[in-house]
Design a protein. Structure first.
Length: 96
């Protein structure tokens, strides 16, 4: 029964994380991505050298890339904390 409760808690947590990531994507990342794409399109319209064009595109993509890196880092930290908490719980059970 403890295993079933643990699995149910894991599913609930995963659903909550998925909902959070979906909300971040729709509310934050998509607008950043749209802005980047529009700026990249403007780069295409300018008479730039190949190197200047590449820099223009990279500058346009940078805010979204930075935001994505922050999200990935935070999710990774959260996952590490969950793993440490699970290990601590397992140790507590073994020590009983």
């Amino acid at each position: 029964q403890t295993l079933m409760a643990s699995q149910a808690a894991q599913k609930k947590l995963q659903a909550s994380v998925d909902a959070l990531v979906d909300e971040l994507d729709s509310a934050q990342m998509r607008p950043l991505r749209k802005k980047a794409f529009l700026q990249m399109a403007k780069c295409c319209d300018q008479p730039l050298s190949r190197e200047a064009y590449q820099h223009c595109v990279q500058r346009a993509a940078a805010p979204e890339e930075r935001a994505q890196a922050v999200i990935q880092s935070e999710l990774g930290d959260f996952q590490d904390r969950l793993q440490r908490a699970a290990l601590a719980c397992q140790d507590d059970v073994k020590d009983r």
